[in-house]
Design a protein around this ligand. Structure first.
Ligand SMILES: Nc1ncnc2c1ncn2[C@@H]1O[C@H](COP(=O)(O)OP(=O)(O)OP(=O)(O)O)[C@@H](O)[C@H]1O
Length: 295
């Protein structure tokens, strides 16, 4: 008679198998973004978001060429340059959507290079896109509520028991509704809360994306062309909001192609041309730089 027995399990003694994701660096609690939460950790909390020696090539095109920048906590850093100068590609490198040929990315000293976008998000990095994205069939509020709930559930280690996990999810769902309402109010689109995201005007979709990014309580916020589509009053309100957000602690990095428009908002500017940082520093000094004036 042939007896079939289970093969004995082999112990490899290896701590991490090839399928086990790398451990996520432990960072202190991210900076608050809701006004009720009090002051953030301030500029001394870390070095902020940093890219060093980043090069990206698409076939024969060098989109980013050895670029380096630092967006410190508590400040608004602008990345400005003509169309095609590499701003979006650099944002993609920072947030893990584009793998550079060379270069590193760090957030408050934690190495992010090589990590996928969702791990960077868990480290406190949030972004918006040049073309807004959303769950278009959900309402505006549901989009933000979902982001807040996911953040609340994923930022803590999973509960020990099924009951513990269920309780946590219920608490997170309840709190996420309030977070969503506060954020929609803050970005100025509360009137659209119950509208399907796919039916709102482009400027509302852009602000929805910002609210969703803020729901993750980021320590670094990357905003790609945040003023595109915005009417003048909304644009001015966004300037104030961006300054307020940075004052609460996070590093804010934003892109734009109009130097003059960024001067009043940013503490520091980096100017990109053909993928290279050609000037950086306080906005007024950057504006006076002959290399920038010739662009
Ligand atoms: N996926 C891609 N494949 C090939 N080339 C690309 C790709 N993405 C960007 N590029 C090229 O890389 C260069 C930088 O593009 P990028 O979009 O980063 O510039 P940008 O400064 O953000 O411009 P814009 O403000 O017009 O979006 C451009 O020459 C662009 O054509």
């Amino acid at each position: 008679m042939i007896r079939i027995t289970a093969a004995p399990r082999r112990r490899t003694g290896r701590r991490w198998s090839v399928l086990t994701p790398l451990p996520i660096p432990t960072l202190p609690d991210p900076a608050p973004v809701l006004p009720a939460n009090g002051p953030g950790p301030g500029p001394e909390a870390g070095e902020g978001l940093r890219a060093m020696g980043v090069t990206v090539r698409f076939g024969g095109t060098t989109a980013v060429d050895g670029a380096a920048l630092t967006a410190p906590p508590g400040t608004v850093t602008g990345l400005v340059g003509p169309a095609g100068s590499g701003k979006t590609t650099l944002c993609d490198v920072l947030t893990g959507l584009c793998r550079p040929a060379r270069g590193t990315v760090r957030l408050d000293g934690a190495e992010l290079t090589g990590r996928p976008p969702h791990e960077r998000a868990r480290c406190g990095l949030a972004r918006t896109f040049q073309r807004p994205t959303a769950f278009w069939s959900l309402t505006v509020r549901e989009n933000v509520r979902l982001a807040a709930e996911i953040h609340a559930v994923t930022r803590r280690p999973p509960g020990r028991s099924a009951r513990d996990r269920w309780r946590r999810r219920r608490a997170a769902r309840h709190a996420a509704g309030e977070v969503a309402d506060a954020l929609l109010e803050r970005v100025g689109i509360a009137a659209y809360a119950q509208r399907p995201a796919g039916s709102v005007p482009p400027e509302v979709a852009r602000l929805l994306e910002l609210a969703r990014a803020l729901a993750a309580r980021p320590r670094a916020l990357v905003l790609d062309e945040p003023w595109a589509d915005l009417s003048e009053p909304r644009g001015r309100a966004l300037e104030v909001l961006v300054r307020d957000l940075a004052a609460e602690g996070p590093a804010v990095l934003l892109t734009g192609s109009d130097l003059e428009a960024l001067i009043g908002v940013c503490d520091v500017l980096y100017v990109l041309d053909a993928g290279r940082v050609v000037a950086s520093g306080p906005p007024v000094e950057v504006r006076a730089d002959p290399r920038v004036r010739s662009l």
